[in-house]
Design a binder for this molecule. Sequence first.
Ligand code: PLP
Length: 421
Amino acid sequence: MPVSTAPPAAPTAYADFDALRRHDPEIAEVVLGELGRQSDSLQLIAAENFTSPAVLAALGSPLANKYAEGYPGARHHGGCELVDAAERMAVERATTLFGAEHANVQSHSGSSAVLAAYAALLKPGDTVLAMGLPYGGHLTHGSPANFSGRWFDFVGYGVEAESGLIDYDQVYTLARQHRPKAIVCGSISYPRHPDYAVFREIADDVGAYLIVDAAHPMGLIAGGAAPSPVPYADVVCATTHKVLRGPRGGMILCGSELAERIDRAVFPFTQGGAQMHTIAAKAVAFGEAAAPAFAAYAHQVVANARVLADELEAEGFAVLTGGTDTHLISADPAPLGVDGKAARGRLAAAGLVLDTCALPYGDGRGIRLGTAAITTQGMGEAEMPRVAALFTAAMREEGEGARKVRAEVRALAGRFPPYPG
Ligand SMILES: *Cc1c(COP(=O)(O)O)cnc(C)c1O
């Protein structure tokens, strides 16, 4: 049954664009233009979502003015009593929501959270085993363009050619061969649940830390729609803005024995002053994620992705791993005669906004999309066949036909406004 989970109408404090228009018309034009763009096209980028008006209100609040280096009760600045309360609430809500002993909610982003996890557990030159970038590893999992690839010795595991699933035998073999100090489990495009118990076993076998980078599934985990890595991992890193639907930012969960090392790795080792408006907004998001409506949302996100994956396969896309367990779909459009880059361009012209992704065993690139944002707008399984049909139409039509597809996408988006009113 499709569940309506559209956010409530925006409060006037957040929607006071008239004042911004008078004060800075140029930036107001960008802000309102972007609101229009987000409202009249479909946001299928797997990492994006529509955060609630309450989260936006906290982000746009005077907490943005406050300097607060350190942690609640131990700050380097005066006047932190109120922001301390916000951070304590964020930590308390995060530990309760995810069943963790400790939470650090100060990381400015998912990448900063991963950087802090490495800083807490590793020394430069240590060996780390993570999913290779061609298979869906993140930049922070050993890309030569990133600090991780420069400072650590990364070894990459992959997926099985046939099934597209993580090759656990290979993970085990590489772990025994390279004796990594840490194993990283997490991906930007893997659409299935990793087997955290198996990763734990392998890590224990070689005496490695297990770091789970749950940036993508954290919201599904919060809503009980994906298994939790918390009982298995030494450290869980995540973003708060993807399916979790909070402000842009990061978080780290760990057991009490690593709490102090993690906290010191975030501040003062890799960051300065905490962003207290964002931390208050994280607290709001954790509060929202604890409500039964969010569990319904998380399950609907997965139900929508399952139907959309099936429908895209029926339209001719080669869906990696044959489907999804999550909000994420990775697919190769080659059977339709285009590669991922061309597909992204054609889809964007139709108002279907998504990313390309690496293809583990194909030529060129694939496409990667997710259902987090369109589900927040209130779309259910009933809308997914229509979305898939618009995909194929966008790939085929040109000229007048393409303009018609764009108008149809606009009409569909218009029926599900992300910020009604
Ligand atoms: C999104 C993501 C990150 C980084 O998050 P940012 O907030 O963009 O820095 C890290 N790891 C994984 C697996 C991700 O999907």
